[in-house]
Design a protein. Structure first.
Length: 266
């Protein structure tokens, strides 16, 4: 199993930690990684550790990682891409994380991040080593959103038009990269991404869930950034050369919101 594939397949949202502090080595590795996160969007994401913080759905750690971004176009997609890249790296070290965007004291976390007027903090994650057993609260939360279930490949990937679902067998060399998108985490496990493969281009669209309206902090556009991250990292590891494109090919109805594309170069 490839490194990125292993991190994606093995990672789960962790809300119950074992009260053990991160080792100095692991903390240094995370600190170095968060300083050098590349992303395809023309902006940067600033990460920082947040000490002695709390969240009502998290037990066993008071260490968090937050990130802030300038109030620019595509800030949600860029944030989702960068934060998921960090989370997958943490997973590779055996460190637990969970995306938190709503169930926190946002004022307290915003104050801890020391935001400037033109900056936003979208989400945070606790950081620590997973406990051997989940708390009852965590077990019930996972059950409530069917956390371990995902839509089928044919429900999210299409070929040439959204009237033609793509089978896993016909995805050929792109299958693993597309499968890693299928397994990506999303807010309340809604999996809003839809992918249209047209010749040498892979187009990413948002099929918005009713009730998840867009705003300055748009959780479903953050989800799209996560999907882009999974596809990009898996293509890179497979040796599939891609080019990031943000030009609507106008292949979809108004039910789908175009986000971005990857052109397969070779």
């Amino acid at each position: 199993m490839l490194k990125i594939e292993k991190s994606i397949r093995e990672r789960r949202s962790v809300r119950t930690f074992d009260d053990q502090e991160l080792t100095k080595q692991d903390r240094e590795k995370l600190s170095e990684f968060m300083k050098n996160i590349d992303l395809p969007f023309d902006m940067s994401i600033e990460f920082q550790f947040l000490e002695k913080m709390s969240c009502p759905v998290v037990v066993g750690t008071d260490l968090y990682v937050g990130a802030k971004v300038k109030d620019l176009p595509f800030l949600n997609e860029a944030f989702g891409y960068a934060f998921e890249k960090f989370i997958l790296y943490a997973q590779s070290l055996g460190i637990g994380t969970v995306w938190i965007g709503g169930t926190m004291d946002r004022d307290a976390f915003t104050k801890a991040m020391n935001l400037k007027d033109d900056e936003l903090m979208l989400c945070v994650s606790p950081i620590g080593y997973p406990a051997r057993k989940m708390s009852m609260r965590e077990t019930l939360m996972r059950k409530g959103i069917n956390a371990d279930e995902r839509k089928s490949f044919e429900e999210i990937v299409f070929e040439k038009s959204f009237d033609s679902p793509m089978s896993a067998d016909s995805a050929n060399h792109l299958f693993l990269a597309l499968e890693m998108v299928r397994l990506a985490p999303s807010a309340v496990n809604r999996q809003p991404w839809r992918i249209l493969v047209d010749q040498n281009c892979v187009h990413f669209y948002l099929k918005r869930t009713k009730g998840f309206n867009g705003g300055k902090i748009d959780m479903q556009k953050i989800d799209m950034g996560i999907a882009l991250c999974h596809f990009d990292l898996m293509c890179e590891e497979l040796g599939i050369k891609t080019e990031f494109v943000m030009k609507d090919p106008e292949l979809a109805s108004k039910d789908f919101e175009y986000i971005a594309s990857y052109r397969i170069v070779r």
